[in-house]
Design a protein around this ligand. Structure first.
Ligand SMILES: [Zn+2]
Length: 93
């Protein structure tokens, strides 16, 4: 996973967080009808969202110096910290 282009990691982390959010939202929709289902979906969705944030924090880093590239923002192409190119292998997609 560390060899993935940084934009792919960003997308994967975002997809995981959105999936978790959808699960929480579905759980909330069942709040009145089925409280147990709400608790189950909200718990799993919460963990999934947390997992997405962890992927973000662990892998959304400069491949050269490991500097965290910021939350919810695509890099500008160069690391803010060491100036190294970040999405140079983007063409692999
Ligand atoms: Zn760097």
């Amino acid at each position: 996973m560390k060899n993935w282009p940084i934009k792919k990691i960003f997308k994967v982390a975002l997809i995981i967080k959105v999936l978790g959010f959808i699960m929480v939202a579905t759980g909330v929709a069942f709040f009145d009808a089925n409280f147990v289902l709400f608790v189950v979906l909200a718990s799993i969705g919460g963990v999934v969202m947390l997992g997405g944030c962890l992927v973000d924090i662990i892998y959304y880093r400069c491949p050269h110096c490991g500097f965290y590239l910021g939350k919810g923002r695509l890099p500008y192409g160069y690391c803010k910290f060491c100036g190294g190119p970040i999405d140079n292998d983007e063409t692999q997609e």
